[in-house]
Design a protein around this ligand. Sequence first.
Ligand SMILES: Cc1ncc(COP(=O)(O)O)c(C=O)c1O
Length: 399
Amino acid sequence: MEEISEAVNTAPGVNALQAGVWTRLAKRHGTPLLVLNVRQVRLQYQRLSDALPGVQLYYAVKAFPHPAVITTLAELGCNFDLASSGEVQLMRDARVEAGRCLHTHPIKSDREIRAALAFGCTTFVADNPVEIRKLAQYRNKLNILLRVSFPNPGARCDLSKKFGCAPADVGSLLELAASLKLKVTGMSFHAGSQVPGPEMHVHAINQCIQLLETYREWGKGSLRTLDIGGGFPADYDGQGPDIDDFCKPMREALAGLPTDIRVIAEPGRFLVAAAATALASVIGCAERGGKPWYYLDDGIFGSYNGIVTENARYPLVPLSGEGELRSSVLAGPTCDSFDVLTEDLQLPTLKVGDLVAGLFMGAYTYSTATNFNGLPTARVLVQGLSDLARRKVSGARSR
Ligand SMILES: Cc1ncc(COP(=O)(O)O)c(C=O)c1O
């Protein structure tokens, strides 16, 4: 992690000033780079907090598991959603208290459970009998949120395909937990990542309200938490709704909850997507099949793997180039033919050393990049850290 001082604006579209700043950074630090502007993270956190008043936010660390993001959000009072012992370690390094963390992975090994318990996590998620039985031996140390499934094929990642119980199975899972003397404290769902609209969140909230009412007396009234998950969309194409408008129907649905129910959410993408810009250099050029091909030093096996795993379409902008625009191919640096970012992007003529910026590259990019072919992943440059966060981040790195 390196910190930079230039003002980097990650709003959509690139003006000459931005292009100049990024070009200087690339020259000084080399590429591939991910320029992370934590000021944008603060702004996103504020926007979502304002749009969901009364909802406690737990940042889904998996989206951009970096000390600069964690310390920045911790400073603002954000809590954290963890899913592995690696993410637990990030909390330890950043000195985030366990009381601010949930463990939300519905399926985990006993070793992972013990690592989270040793840290001090007390809330875990389960969605099936095997998982509930797995947790029973730790009954005195933890409580459970039951994850309910609300499939959403319209989302970029339908997270109810792999996880969650049917609403109709909630009763039998509660009975099983009671028979094992496990405490269930609420319900959770994930309406899908990068959802097209708030409809599935609203449907899930309404269904959970009914379930919470049906089981109101269960466990002496222990069901007191509703976790509405993540899914809040990043505005990749600049056409998306304002987050306040997006959340309005959810606010209205949440107003139907009994007042003694605590509501929490686990946003990942929305908090970080707009905060990072990827900078890659052209490392090779060829003419193939009547089209120019430009090979970059970052690609599908690096920061851009969301293009394949979640059909992401990041805005791609050349920072230089000459001549008329032509339909061009942008490819990544590995030997795999699969490593192609786009086969049809209108680009000027580029040469080796020219730069291409990827906008909205903060979510599931840094965290999912690989070293396939022995190639390095993008280096992270951080901009906008507070003095306190800067001290904590360097402390975390030296421990
Ligand atoms: C359990 C859980 N919570 C929260 C998130 C974050 O979702 P998003 O990035 O769509 O906000 C995810 C994403 O995979 C998840 O699996």
